[in-house]
Design a binder for this molecule. Structure first.
Ligand SMILES: Cc1ncc(COP(=O)(O)O)c(C=O)c1O
Ligand SMILES: N[C@@H](CCOP(=O)(O)O)C(=O)O
Length: 462
């Protein structure tokens, strides 16, 4: 399989190069030249597989002959061995609703599903092909810790994670800053997640800096993040449909950077029988407004009870535009130029019709998020994290939709306590964090300052 950039400036690169490149050297996002298409017989087979075997089957066409199958199997098995549930991403039924629990990994959020694999994949490729990697990522709370846990202590890898100071939950902050391995570097930036993501993209677009410092990406700009997140859509469908290709399943997806729901979109393009894909946003509703009106217009970032989704500029939206514009990279560039110049882009009526066929969307207020946590708990005793609650509320008119449970509620106990008057009990991985020593730098949300910090750190770090 070969990869190209959504902006057309990178063409025909292989899987390993795409993994290491992260963001396309033209500033675009990497996508495969084509997608495999699974027909009814293949879907029936896939539905019988355990999570790990399914992952290997789904990854194989994208990896091609660049990694021997035995090595791919080993990478996948190791990546999910540390999950606390034997099914990796089990379905749970509560209050008449199905939840796809994605929080059984080491940092208790869905990011572990992709980042355990990506960490092992980086290590494998660096050992095999030589070289070193300095990961630079931005987080609104969950990617950071999952990425850090994916690469902590690994040879040839340093990781620099930027989080918006004071805008992640206390547990999320501790999960990152209490990891004291020499290769882990946390930076609290004075600004929003969007500011942190802009710094990361600016430094990736400085090709001289990127080459000199061997920058690698763990955010969902990295294609592997998206690929790995398609697996649980197939897995959930298999468990619900028992392999019946006529059975269509809807998903409601708490959405911020548009990676998770985009993975569902891809799964459908690969033949998975998906009925509705619901984009569930909090008050930061740029994506909901886009689905309603065809206009994608930047606004102010609001602080909400679901902070990991306090995002205005959704990275993977560009990948969706690429497919929406029939893979016409010039059309993508034109839309992005509008966004850059005017702070908004607009698609025409025919494209909007396609958008509305691809997605439903709903924005959920903090008050409704709390009400959802309260109602689900009262009906079933099950405690939702606020992001998952946004997903459940957005699916109020779709009783059948599977809600992606993207984080363990104990990561967001402030919201949980406000809703039900008590905290969710933390899983073992979250216990004792608040007593640990921490290390974290603090910087302005400025690419120059971050670059300087990386240079200084890397001259003394191993
Ligand atoms: C708990 C949680 N839910 C949902 C999201 C939104 O996912 P995405 O950014 O892929 O849209 C995030 C952040 O990415 C998150 O951390
Ligand atoms: N909500 C995310 C934001 C980064 O998104 P990513 O999927 O592109 O890594 C987070 O928790 O950091």
């Amino acid at each position: 399989m070969k990869y190209l950039s959504t902006r057309g400036g990178v063409t025909s690169i292989g899987f390993a190069e795409a993994v290491m490149m992260g963001l396309g050297t033209d500033g675009g996002l990497l996508v495969p030249e084509s997608l495999p298409r699974f027909g009814p017989d293949r879907l029936r087979e896939l539905a019988t597989l355990r999570f790990q075997d399914l992952a290997v089957e789904l990854f194989a066409p994208f990896v091609g002959d660049e990694i021997p199958r035995a090595d791919l199997v080993d990478l996948v098995e190791r990546s999910y061995a540390g999950f606390s549930h034997p099914e990796v991403t089990p379905l749970h039924e509560a209050g008449g609703r199905r939840y796809l629990e994605l929080f059984h990994g080491p940092t208790a959020a869905f990011k572990d599903v992709a980042l355990q694999f990506l960490g092992n994949l980086f290590e494998y490729l660096l050992q095999r092909d030589g070289g070193e990697l300095n990961i630079l990522g931005a987080t609104s709370g969950d990617t950071g810790s999952a990425a850090i846990y994916g690469v902590r202590g690994k040879q040839r890898i340093n990781i620099f994670i930027l989080h918006p100071k004071g805008r992640v939950s206390p547990i999320q902050e501790r999960q990152m800053t209490s990891v004291l391995d020499a290769n882990v570097h946390n930076i609290a930036v004075r600004g929003t997640f969007d500011d942190a993501q802009r710094v990361v993209k600016t430094l990736f677009n400085d090709l001289d800096f990127k080459r000199r410092y061997h920058l690698g990406a763990v955010n969902s700009i990295n294609w592997v993040r998206i690929l790995a997140q398609t697996v649980y859509y197939f897995y959930a469908w298999g468990r619900i449909s028992h392999g019946d290709p006529e059975r269509r399943v809807s998903f409601s997806v708490p959405t911020g950077n548009f990676g998770d729901v985009f993975a569902g979109f891809l799964a459908r393009r690969m033949g998975l029988p998906v009925e509705r894909l619901i984009i569930a946003t909090n008050r930061n509703d740029i994506l909901t407004r886009f689905v309603d009106t065809g206009s994608y217009a930047k606004g102010e970032v609001f602080h909400t009870l679901s902070p990991a989704m306090d995002i205005q500029i959704a990275s993977n939206f560009e990948r969706y535009l690429y497919y929406l514009m029939d893979q016409d990279t010039a059309a993508v560039r034109a839309l992005l130029a509008d966004l850059e110049q005017h702070g908004r882009l607009r698609v025409g009526a025919d494209r909007l019709q396609q958008v509305q066929a691809d997605f439903a969307a709903r924005a959920v207020s903090d008050a409704d998020t709390l009400a959802q946590i309260r109602e689900t708990h009262a009906a079933s005793g099950y405690i939702l994290c606020p992001h998952t609650a946004v997903g459940a509320r957005a699916a109020a008119d779709h009783a059948d939709a599977v809600v992606l449970a993207t984080a363990h509620p104990a990561k967001f106990n402030e919201a949980v306590s406000e809703a039900i008057g008590r905290e969710a009990p933390p899983p073992p991985s979250l216990q004792g964090l608040m007593d640990k020593a921490t290390r974290c730098a603090e910087l302005d949300a400025d690419a120059g300052a971050v670059a300087e910090h990386m240079r200084a750190t890397l001259t003394v770090a191993p």
